[in-house]
Design a binder for this molecule. Structure first.
Ligand SMILES: Cc1ncc(COP(=O)(O)O)c(C=O)c1O
Length: 457
């Protein structure tokens, strides 16, 4: 064995046993959480005070009166008011392995013993390499992506992708993006995002041009003809085409190979960078990358990820590798995030989650089937257009109005399920289902959704 202190800590039987014992002890406690539960009246007041204090310090209330107690088991999470909720939004898609996953807790404890909390681009430890290597090796199987640069969130990964595209294709600076796109909330990503309510009071930089996304009325032909029209108006100014393989915030609309390829071919002809924003789709669609699920990996020049990875990253091909100085930054991610992100990628890519017969597809079929069944039986016509990809599932409740959708979300919360909205026309309910949901949990989900829908009639 090496005589490095770091290696000795890693290999120490005594330390490893302490880690395993600690993780098992916490797991045993978490396993006491077995299903949804209403709040404990004796805790309601103190929990409400906490919720109010959060609103006070951040100047804005929480969407839900949610403060987690730090305990959870799979799809279930315990809140400070003593209630246990079925969490089908997972911090908007962070906790793909649910709450209190024993292997992730063990990985996190081990990583927390490191000499440093945050890793940086100047002085990385091995977790930095392991995560980046795993990511690149998964991406390069089905694309030309060859490198990855870490970032602290999806927005920052997107900023880096845009910079890479602009540097390579300089001086072409304009961006083509879809209507209803979401790319984050930095100054530039708010511009790429197509939601006026997210940029009230911000200046318009006029650098983003819009195409219609695939819908019943918009085919590839419609989008391509719009692209050509925009290109003619802005010849030699468009440097990058940004797309979500499946629109997230925009309403859980799924793109197809047939829709995207004509647009990509046009990009190739005009030397426009093709950038897949997979911040929300990453690991969720039934393959590790949605570009793989849709069979479009060969076209992708740049790809951004975050959320389930526990850290952000920009992946790029050889030709988009930037000049030194363009991208950097102090943080690359916490040691725990990098180690846990690597473990999540290992589990999802090696333990039967992906592929047409994988667990993610099976969850999708059961969950969407459950929503469709409700729409045809007890909730007739009140849960329409159920669908999505893999663990990204949405449905339109009632008439798709904002008010009715928001009210339903509140009732779901009261009935101990957490979901969220997406889209504007119609407003939809989205579920970011964790990959650890059990078949029996889906039956419980059905009862809660049915009850909450019928209470609104
Ligand atoms: C498609 C997409 N891009 C970018 C982002 C921004 O990521 P983050 O919130 O980690 O900055 C999100 C977040 O929801 C997203 O869904």
């Amino acid at each position: 064995m090496s005589n490095l202190i770091g290696h000795q800590i890693n290999n120490s039987e005594k330390i490893n046993k302490l880690i395993r014992d600690l993780a098992q002890e916490v797991h045993a406690e978490n396993q006491k959480i077995t299903g949804v539960k209403d709040a404990d009246p004796s805790l309601v007041e103190s929990s409400k005070m906490l919720v109010d204090k959060i609103a006070q310090v951040r100047g804005r209330p929480l969407v839900y009166p949610y403060v987690g107690s730090s305990a959870g088991n799979g799809v279930y999470v315990e809140l400070e008011d003593g209630s246990v909720k079925m969490d089908l939004i997972n911090g908007i898609g962070i906790h793909i392995m649910g709450h209190g996953h024993p292997k992730l807790i063990e990985t996190a404890i081990r990583a927390s013993l490191s000499d440093i909390i945050m890793q940086g681009n100047l002085e990385p430890n091995k977790e930095y390499y392991k995560f980046t290597e795993k990511l690149v090796s998964l991406a390069s199987k089905n694309s030309r992506l060859k490198y990855a640069w870490l970032a602290t969130c999806g927005t920052m990964a997107n900023e880096n992708a845009l910079k890479l595209a602009r540097q390579k294709n300089t001086p072409k600076r304009m961006i083509v993006a879809f209507k209803d796109a979401f790319a984050g909330r930095s100054t530039m990503m708010a511009e790429v995002t197509d939601n006026p309510s997210y940029k009230v009071g911000l200046p318009e930089y006029n650098e983003v041009l819009r195409l219609p996304f695939l819908s019943k009325t918009n085919s590839a032909e419609v989008a391509l003809s719009k692209f050509k029209e925009l290109y003619a108006q802005h010849e030699n100014k468009i440097g990058v085409f940004s797309f979500e393989p499946m629109q997230g915030e925009g309403g859980y609309k799924v793109g197809t190979k047939e829709f995207f390829v004509p647009l990509f071919e046009f990009c190739r002809e005009k030397k426009i960078a093709i950038w897949a924003d997979e911040v929300q789709t990453f690991t969720r669609t039934g393959e590790i990358f949605a570009f793989q699920k849709l069979g479009i990996g060969d076209y992708v020049d740049l790809c951004t990820i975050a959320k389930t990875a526990q850290v952000g990253a920009t992946l790029y091909t050889e030709e988009y590798n930037p000049q030194p100085g363009l991208i950097a930054g102090t943080f690359s991610g916490s040691t725990v995030s990098l180690a846990v992100g690597t473990e999540i990628l290992r589990i999802l890519s090696e333990e039967g989650y992906t592929g047409s017969t994988g667990r993610i597809q099976s969850i999708h079929n059961q969950f969407v089937g459950m929503l469709k069944e409700l729409n045809e039986t007890t909730c007739k016509g009140m849960l329409t257009d159920a669908g999505g990809l893999g663990l990204m599932i949405a449905v339109t409740p009632y008439d798709g109005s904002k008010q009715k959708t928001d009210d339903l979300l509140k009732r779901l919360f009261k009935n101990n399920m957490i979901a969220f909205n997406c889209g504007k026309d119609p407003y939809r309910i989205r579920f970011l289902v964790p990959a650890v949901i059990k078949d029996s949990d889906i039956k419980i989900a059905k009862n809660i959704i049915e009850k909450s829908i019928l209470e609104g009639v």
